[in-house]
Design a protein around this ligand. Structure first.
Ligand code: GLN
Length: 208
């Protein structure tokens, strides 16, 4: 999946403009995704209003609190424009972002966005004190990365068209369906940008 270790990914050579990546910024872990995207050569845009969704090459749904994000999506009027944008935009959801992309998850105030044909169990590894860091296998490249799991969801159902991209101790912790990617852990909490770079290059096609 990622490029050879140590080689920094570049924005597409043919058009000099760096990729523009929106980060849903109603709540949650926005700043560290900005840092990871910048390290990959992408420009990030904080998405809090419908107009922030125009001109993007990809979107990130960060970790945080999925219940709060779903409530704020409704009260801000952003849900419908976001759903429209997600019909065409590549998207990376991490942790709470995975829950937002799922078809179903437990104990939510509103249905999630249903972009990926998966179901999720929130806080599937237990409470905050059960948070942990461990090696995750990126099955698309055979590499391993450090996975930080913080009140992470578990994927309880995967539809047929859903590809496994990451496992932890044999359990699926990352999936892809077309241009939508969801992972249960937090790649932005480490200095390793390979997961973001893989998403931008191999899924979104906006890095070379
Ligand atoms: N437990 C949170 C939720 O259900 C997700 C935690 C996270 O994003 N680190 O939304």
């Amino acid at each position: 999946m990622p490029s050879a270790a140590g080689r920094a990914p570049r924005a597409r050579a043919r058009d000099a403009k760096p990729p523009r990546v929106g980060i849903l910024a109603l709540q949650g872990d926005v700043v560290l995704h900005e840092r990871a995207l910048a390290a990959c050569g992408a420009t990030s845009v904080r998405v809090t209003l419908p107009e922030h969704l125009t001109g993007l090459d990809a979107l990130v749904l960060p970790g945080g609190e999925s219940t709060t994000m779903l409530r704020l999506l409704d009260s801000s009027g952003l849900r419908a424009p976001l759903e429209r944008a997600l019909r065409t935009l590549p998207v990376l959801g991490t942790c709470a972002g995975l829950i937002l992309l799922a078809r179903q998850a437990d104990a939510l105030p509103r249905p999630p966005l249903g972009v990926l044909d998966i179901d999720a169990r929130r806080n599937g590894y237990g409470r905050q004190v059960h948070s942990f860091t461990d090696d995750v296998q990126l099955t698309v490249s055979g590499e391993s990365v450090e996975g930080v799991f913080i009140r992470a969801p578990r994927i309880t159902r995967r539809g047929r068209g859903v590809q496994v991209i990451a496992t932890h101790e044999g359990e699926v912790v990352g999936v892809r369906q077309g241009r939508a990617v969801a992972i249960a852990f937090h790649p932005e909490l480490t200095a390793d940008t390979r997961t973001h770079a893989w998403f931008l290059r191999d899924v979104a096609g906006c890095l070379s």
